[in-house]
Design a protein around this ligand. Structure first.
Ligand SMILES: [Zn+2]
Length: 505
């Protein structure tokens, strides 16, 4: 069977989503999971866009060996040089050059005519090619480009050395039938098309990113650009898990395969959600919490008798933990470690010890510790690893006749202790003010939400917040059985990310 190349751009286009910002450690952790997932190409970033992006691409190029590492660049000599500089240490480096080709972009953004754009594309692909063999070219806004000009530029860039030509539906404007035809016509009319892989990059503005990608594949495209959970600019990109599972579930129709280990999908989805702070909607295909939940009696009865009656996919195939085994106070280290392994966590001995202590503490407060509790707990432990300031102690008093008052104690970068107290309009406000008195970095809270991890009065609460400082948004998450403590942890998480970003720049 013919293979479709899976090109993941979670760390580039996905991270471009408003408020997604990932730090280096998070990017590396996600990249490692993408490697386990079997992604063929990881687009690691846009090195010329910022020093932080440059460093992240270089780090991933060094650390990830099982997938190609791709650096994005606009069609500019300096930017291409910088892309190569960042990605050259990779085992399989790729440079991805993009340039707008639609008349509307030419007139308003580039202020160049078609001949100038064509010449520039060829020159820049040649420049990239002088560095490495694996070159991708994207005529940006291809779906709104004059079809004849698109064919000319595809032909010319393949001739100049592009080994992959990507056709982006940059603004999410295409409709499946028409997009399929666009690809089909390229195969008909571009004479050297067999010398490159044709790729597609679809956006979801009309909710059609996956449908458009699949239609392109049916018409000859052999690379799809996608992101985990479909995150990305505006309404997002085509979702990796939906494309992969559609090709697999309907192999009778596609007769195609991918290199993806689908049992790693669920873990990848959780990790991306955790690090970007973007919750997955419950009804999201493949990875939403209701995706395999049957509510109707007739359906439940059918699934129990034979899963195939109402399930077109086996949840185990996408890595959703099969057993709902619950751990408790008496569960030992061994059982805890086993459960973590089943959930897909690979922890060092030191991290395992910390997570186990946190588990014991939780099991004291909560009778049954479920998989979701464990995920939340491990995530909370991992967040504290690279902290500048650590929340050591918090005490709050509040009520309808008293002024909410909070006392906090933080441990600083050199192990020194800081304590302070503040009044607030509510307990969370008081805690945040007390923390601000110690850390003293101006910021504004823009979003605050509390979610219960599981049902029940003893459930853990997960708090998600976003703060803004100098026009940049930082996400923070925290979990605990006490929502005030969870709120304080989320704030510390966001502040630590802010401090790390400030230190880097
Ligand atoms: Zn895009």
């Amino acid at each position: 069977m013919d293979k479709v190349i899976v090109f993941d751009t979670t760390l580039r286009d996905g991270e471009q989503a408003a408020g997604a910002m990932l730090n280096m450690e998070e990017k590396l952790e996600i990249a490692k999971q993408l490697e386990r997932l079997g992604v063929d190409v990881i687009e690691a970033g846009f090195p010329a866009s910022s020093p932080g992006d440059f460093d992240a691409v270089r780090l991933l190029a060094k650390e990830v060996r099982g997938s190609s590492i791709c650096a994005l660049t606009h069609a500019n000599a300096k930017a291409i040089d910088s892309a190569w500089d960042a990605v050259k240490v990779a085992k399989h480096p790729r440079i991805h050059v993009f340039l707008s080709t639609s008349d509307i972009h030419l007139a308003h953004q580039l202020k160049k005519n078609r001949d100038e754009v064509l010449a520039l594309a060829v020159t820049m692909v040649k420049r990239a090619k002088s560095y490495t063999e694996d070159i991708e070219f994207s005529p940006m806004d291809a779906s709104r480009t004059d079809p004849e000009f698109l064919r000319t530029i595809v032909q010319a860039t393949i001739e100049a050395g592009a080994t992959t030509v990507n056709i982006p539906d940059t603004v999410g404007y295409a409709i499946p039938e028409e997009f399929g035809k666009l690809i089909r016509n390229l195969f008909k009319k571009v004479s050297n098309i067999d010398q490159a892989v044709i790729s597609v990059h679809c956006h979801n503005d009309l909710g059609l990113a996956v449908a458009n990608s699949l239609e392109a594949v049916r018409n000859g495209a052999r690379q799809v650009e996608c992101t985990v959970n479909g995150i990305g600019e505006r309404a997002g990109n085509a979702s990796l898990e939906e494309i992969v599972m559609a090709i697999r579930t309907r192999s009778d129709l596609f007769h195609l395969t991918t290199r993806i280990d689908t049992t790693q999908i669920y873990r990848a989805s959780r990790l991306v959600s955790e690090h970007t702070g973007f919750a997955v909607q419950p009804n999201k295909a493949i990875v939403g919490q209701n995706a395999f939940r049957h509510q109707s009696g007739i359906h439940q009865d059918g699934v129990i008798k034979r899963a195939l009656t109402y399930e077109i996919m086996d949840p185990k195939d996408v890595g959703i933990p099969a057993s709902s085994l619950v751990l408790g106070k008496l569960s030992g280290r061994h059982a805890f470690r086993e459960r973590l392994a089943e959930l897909g966590y690979v922890l060092t001995e030191e991290d395992l010890n910390r997570a186990f202590l946190a588990f014991k503490e939780l099991a004291d407060k909560k009778k049954e510790v479920t998989d979701r509790d464990i995920e939340s707990l491990v995530a909370q432990e991992m967040r504290t690893v690279s902290e500048t300031y650590h929340l050591d102690h918090i005490q709050v008093s509040c009520g309808d006749h008293s002024v909410p008052t909070a006392t906090v104690r933080l441990v600083g970068p050199r192990g020194e202790g800081f304590a302070d107290a503040a009044l607030g309009t509510g307990p969370v406000d008081a805690v945040y003010k007390a923390i601000n008195r110690i850390i003293g970095v101006p910021n504004r809270l823009t979003e605050f939400s509390v979610n219960s991890v599981t049902a029940g009065i003893d459930a853990m609460g997960e708090v998600l917040i976003r703060i803004e400082s100098d026009g940049v948004t930082y996400t923070g998450r925290g979990s605990a059985t006490d929502i005030i403590v969870a709120s304080a942890r989320a704030y510390m998480n966001a502040l630590n990310r802010l401090l790390a970003a400030k230190k880097r720049s």
